[in-house]
Design a protein around this ligand. Structure first.
Ligand code: ACO
Length: 342
């Protein structure tokens, strides 16, 4: 069990100003707006500026989440950043962000579980607060994956976008349910289904790795798709099984945004109308660890996610990893707005 009740008390989001449309991609690689829209559901995505790194997206999202929760950075005990694209290999993105926020009392570290990273980090933060180890934890999901793409590879470059989302976790009233249950999974034996071949300690950067184009991700799209449709359902089943709730009780399902067809397949299998799924892939593409908090932010500010709603998160990504969470929504915004930008 999680221990004392833990809930989300603030949320923020940030996307870069630059919009990259399918029409522009048509001029960059051999693709079409029609192919991208029908095969993925993506119409446009945000791309970080040349001077913008992951922490530049994360800091405004974090500041907004802190303001929404009404707490100062000095009050934070822990900053956890879910990312696979930190500003540098080390120090962690979380340490950079903690320094820039002035969260002087906080511990800071990254979680790299690719697109599942936000749910992994949420599970960690929840248990830290639930056990009383920490009282105020900032969870950020942020990625600037555009920096690592091969913009001549149509198989991959059309799929992704950049962004950041952040939430604050705190103890909530005993009567409030807050975070209910989690599932975290990994199948590392299938790690090469999608991966970044070079730049780590196995193949450090060299002229050779650059010449061979090994600093851009490789992905078996079909295998990833197959895994995703299994993982999204498996995480939902496992999360619900630990609780008295059934899928009918859930007000909003927030899936990782990788492909609209994956989401529609899940809706069909669950026999749940797609209207109960959060969908932002048309505007942002796959923003990796930012995908789920960006959805939550948009749903809250569109008035579709309200205090007391039961929310199911489900994600999958490189690793391979997959994860799920069930939570009772505990945050109410003072005013409504879009994610801040540029
Ligand atoms: N424009 C036009 N044609 C394209 C493009 C493109 N951008 N990309 C691929 N094609 C072509 C292929 O070359 C292929 O051509 P061929 O038949 O002549 O060989 C054809 O389209 C069909 O390719 P498929 O792979 O069968 O297309 P599919 O309908 O499966 O869609 C896609 C491909 C979108 C990649 C899909 O498989 C998918 O979404 N997979 C999951 C991706 C995913 O979830 N990634 C998450 C990564 S998460 C993380 O943690 C990083």
């Amino acid at each position: 069990m999680i221990g004392r009740s833990v809930g989300i008390t603030g949320i923020g989001a940030y996307v870069p100003e630059r919009v990259l449309t399918n029409a522009e991609l048509e001029r960059m690689v051999e693709t079409s707006d029609e192919w991208i829209r029908t095969r993925t559901g993506i119409q446009e995505r945000r791309i970080a500026a040349p001077t913008e790194a992951t922490s530049d997206l994360a800091v405004p999202a974090a500041r907004q989440a802190l303001a929404a929760a009404g707490i100062e950075p000095e009050a934070l005990d822990v900053v956890i950043t879910a990312t696979m694209t930190p500003d540098r290999l080390w120090p962690s993105a979380a340490s950079t962000i903690q320094g820039r926020l002035g969260a002087t009392r906080a511990a800071a570290f990254d979680v790299n579980a690719a697109c599942s990273g936000f749910v992994y980090a949420l599970a960690l933060g929840t248990h830290m607060v639930g056990t009383g180890f920490a009282h105020k934890v900032l969870i950020i999901g942020a990625d600037a994956v555009s920096k690592f793409l091969d913009w001549t590879d149509r198989n991959i470059c059309v799929l992704f976008g950049d962004g950041a989302g952040a939430v604050v976790l705190e103890p909530v009233e005993e009567g409030e349910e807050g975070m209910v249950s989690f599932f975290l999974g990994s199948d590392g034996a299938r790690g090469e289904t999608m991966y970044l071949p070079a730049g780590g300690s196995r193949r450090p950067p060299s002229h050779e790795t650059l010449d061979q184009g090994l600093h851009a991700p490789l992905m078996d799209g079909y295998q990833t798709f197959e895994f995703a449709t299994f993982a999204i359902m498996d995480a939902i089943e496992r999360v619900l099984k630990k609780t008295p709730y059934r899928i009918e009780d859930v007000d909003l399902i927030v899936p990782h945004q990788a492909n609209i067809r994956i989401i529609k397949t899940a809706a069909r299998w669950l026999n749940v109308p797609t209207e109960r799924f959060s969908i932002t892939i048309d505007r942002y593409g796959n923003t990796v660890a930012a995908s789920i908090p960006l959805c939550l932010y948009e749903e809250v500010h569109a008035g579709r996610l309200k205090k007391g709603d039961l929310v199911l998160l489900t994600s999958f990504g490189a690793g391979l990893t997959w994860a799920g969470a069930l939570l009772r929504w505990t945050y109410e915004p003072a005013s409504s707005s879009r994610p801040s930008s540029g």
